[in-house]
Design a protein. Structure first.
Length: 380
């Protein structure tokens, strides 16, 4: 089973990731990981930190001469900002007074985390709950992506709404969606992109923040990843679990999930056809590529809703944890809107789940073994 763990605080030494259960003999291109890390750092509306960081990954184990060994892959992404934070974040001897935070931000993990773990300093919570952690998940996802690419599986993500600026038409053409890569807000329509930028500027000016919606498309999938036989093996459930674990993601939809709820079945379900040259196919994909908890061979389409960023430059009301008196919520250096970045994180996290199920179905110790089983399955 493929498992991914991450560790690291936002202003600590760095982020660490471990990938366990990855097959041997897969070529790993470090530049591709760097490209994906850079994609996560881009996006109009991000805060100052993104200019400092420029994430670079250092692989510590599990890869030799550019190929995986089948042993756990461990990697490190150093926090470039650590040099400014060392005296406050040193694991053994830190000045904990200077950077103490006692005004928890509504919408963040601050208050509940401090109560749960018994802290009088919210910094002990925010350092780990911060979405800085997603850099490690992107690096891990990027390695899984390199395995899936060998089997022709590819993903793309685009932003369909930021605040009230939203795409009106559905865009499900994979090549078109890839064009979002060139947009500062990851939106394929330049007019809507401009409206999104304007909304972000307005929010910034008033000290506010914005959320939005992004869509992930995954193509080239074999039939039958996931299973209907047990609730915790359904691939839509697994994807929803993993995507919901991304900071600030609060809604998930597969295909036209919510719109379909308002239509009769005759207008919703994807009819089945067969042609000798094409094999079995559908002319629509309203289900978003998943039926009965399994991939049905059509592209997976997932939509994720991200809430607005909790840190506001014009802070919301809170209390001071030490005195119980009313206070303004703390203001850490923050993004105004991170939907374009979250889309990249979503893409990588979704690929990780696909990788896990792909390895489960075609699993083997080596890439060659997987390839044999995959070819055998394709020819049936
Ligand atoms: C890519 C990304 C960047 C984020 N940047 C910030 C940020 O700069 N400031 C902030 O307060 N929250 C940010 N968030 C959201 C918080 O991390 C998140 O709201 C918080 O951890 C609480 O978790 P929850 O929203 O899932 O309940 C970001 C989320 C993502 C996915």
């Amino acid at each position: 089973m493929l498992r991914i763990l991450t560790a690291g605080e936002s202003h600590g030494k760095g982020l660490v990731g471990i990938i366990e259960g990855f097959p041997s003999n897969v070529r790993v291109d470090i530049n591709e990981i760097h490209q994906d890390l850079a994609r996560r750092q881009k996006g109009y509306g991000r805060g100052g930190r993104m200019k400092i960081e420029q994430d670079q990954v250092e692989i510590l184990s599990g890869v030799r001469n550019g190929k995986t060994l089948g042993s756990p892959i461990a990697f490190l992404i150093k926090n470039k900002d650590y040099e400014n934070w060392e005296s406050y974040m040193d694991p053994m001897e830190a000045d904990i007074e200077t950077k103490k935070v006692t005004n928890p931000r509504p919408g963040h993990a601050d208050l509940t985390g401090a109560r749960k773990y018994g802290f009088d300093d919210v910094r002990n919570v925010l350092e780990r709950s911060s979405a800085r952690e997603t850099a490690a998940r992107v690096a891990a996802g990027s390695i899984v992506k390199q395995l899936l690419k060998v089997f022709g599986i590819e993903a793309a993500a685009h932003v369909t709404a930021i605040g009230k600026a939203a795409l009106e038409e559905e865009i499900w053409d994979f090549e078109k969606i890839k064009e979002a890569e060139d947009s500062p807000v990851r939106c394929v329509d330049p007019i809507v992109a401009q409206q999104m930028i304007q909304r972000i500027d307005d929010a910034k000016e008033t000290g506010d923040s914005l959320g939005g919606i992004f869509e992930i498309h995954i193509k080239g999938l074999p039939v039958g990843l996931g299973s209907y036989v047990q609730w915790d093996r359904k691939i839509d459930a697994k994807l929803a679990y993993a995507l919901m674990s991304i900071q600030a993601i609060k809604g998930i939809e597969f295909g036209f999930g919510f719109k379909n709820a308002q239509k009769p079945g005759s207008q919703v379900h994807d009819e089945i056809f067969y042609e000798r040259e094409r094999g079995i196919y559908r002319s629509t994909n309203q289900a978003g590529g998943i039926e009965g908890g399994m991939t049905n061979g059509e592209p997976i389409v997932i939509r994720c809703a991200m809430k607005p960023i909790p840190t506001l430059c014009k802070p919301l009301r809170t209390i001071d944890l030490h005195t119980g008196e009313p206070a303004d919520a703390s203001v850490e250096r923050s993004d105004t809107c991170a939907v374009p970045a979250a889309a990249v994180v979503g893409e990588m996290v979704a690929l990780t789940v696909i990788g896990e199920e792909f390895i489960r179905k075609f699993g083997g110790d080596s890439l060659e073994e997987m390839m044999q089983r995959w070819k055998a399955c394709k020819s049936t």
